[in-house]
Design a binder for this molecule. Structure first.
Ligand code: PLP
Length: 324
């Protein structure tokens, strides 16, 4: 089920004033390497440290009174849990967040600090998802998927609108890709405003669920390896409702990057750009640095989040590719 552009417009009105409009800025160093103009959408400066606040805020503000009185439940690799907790608590409703043991401690601590109810379950995002579904039934909580939810996708689409408003001339937009909530919303917005602009999804080789599903022609499950791009963990769900079809329809190409590429891109962002970004946010830069994507015209890269543990970041900047 595809969502409509009008839902992104409605989301933008709903979340205005509750999320930041993040800056876009040029990267002279990437322009030299890529031979085209390159803009960085600095969404890692967003409140809560990632774009997830857009979709989460739209979902919380779309609850019925009845749902609002009971609260929301989700499963998360960390950033969506933090965003949903922030949005729920700001709106005065309860948030329960199920996370697997793969979620880094810094992310769990940030969610706890917001006052959410935390459940650590299992060793994969898929196990956390099952726990959330059980709580949805047992406690009547509204389940807000980090990616396969119409309100979440519409909220993430507001990011695509900002990108095209700031740079209508873009030929290519590189978007980090896991479950596809971000790319579905962004691609719908970008293709509506500029049908010729190409959308490239960049995923992690450690968790290529969407790429494998597109290849198979239907949603499939893949084994999940720990990755420096921890926020790209998790599948797309065998019962996927929105993001598989939307990604198939709107995304021009998907590429996958490895752990060394991600580490190099985190290092590059820090040294050349002075930006602290987490692994999942680094995949677009990694694809450009590694020559996997060669834009023919002006390109934008979405930097999606900054929630990396400081000691891990320090090791990467010092030249390591740590095993997560
Ligand atoms: C969630 C997340 C992604 C991937 O978004 P999807 O909607 O699952 O494709 C990318 N980067 C960061 C920082 C994230 O938190």
């Amino acid at each position: 089920m595809a969502i409509a552009f009008t839902e992104i417009l409605a989301a933008r009105k709903r979340i205005a004033g509750r999320v930041l409009r993040t800056p876009m800025r040029r990267s002279p160093e990437l322009e030299r390497i890529g031979g085209v103009s390159v803009l960085l959408k600095c969404e890692h400066h967003q409140t809560t440290g990632s774009f997830k606040l857009r979709g989460a805020t739209n979902a919380v503000l779309s609850l019925s009174e009845e749902e609002h009185s009971r609260g929301v439940v989700t499963f998360s690799t960390g950033n969506h849990g933090r965003a949903l907790s922030h949005a729920a608590i700001a709106a005065g409703t309860r948030a329960v967040v199920c996370m697997s043991a793969l979620v880094p401690d810094n992310k769990v601590a940030a969610i706890r600090a917001l006052g959410a109810d935390i459940r650590i379950v299992g060793k994969s995002q898929d196990e956390a998802e099952r726990a959330a579904s059980e709580l949805e039934k047992a406690e009547g909580l509204r389940r807000v998927s980090p990616m396969d939810d119409a309100a979440v996708i519409a909220g993430q689409g507001t990011l695509g609108m900002e990108v095209m408003e700031d740079a209508p001339e873009l030929e290519t937009v590189l978007v980090p890709l896991s479950g596809g909530g971000l790319i579905s919303g962004v691609a719908l917005a970008v293709k509506t405003l500029s049908p010729k602009t190409r959308i490239i999804g960049v995923g992690s080789k450690s968790c290529p669920a969407m790429a494998a599903s597109l290849q198979a022609g239907h949603p499939v499950e893949v084994p999940e390896e720990p990755s420096l791009a921890d926020s790209l963990g998790g599948g797309i769900g065998l019962e996927n409702r929105h993001t598989f079809e939307m990604t198939k329809r709107y995304v021009d190409e998907c590429v996958l990057v490895g752990e060394d590429d991600i580490a190099a891109a985190i290092r590059f962002a820090y040294e050349a750009e002075g930006e602290v970004i987490e692994g999942a946010a680094a995949v677009g830069i990694a694809a450009l640095l590694g020559g996997l994507v060669k834009p023919a015209g002006p390109a934008a890269i979405i930097l999606t989040g900054r929630n990396i543990a400081p000691d891990l970041h320090r090791r990467i900047v010092n030249g390591e590719t740590p095993k997560p």
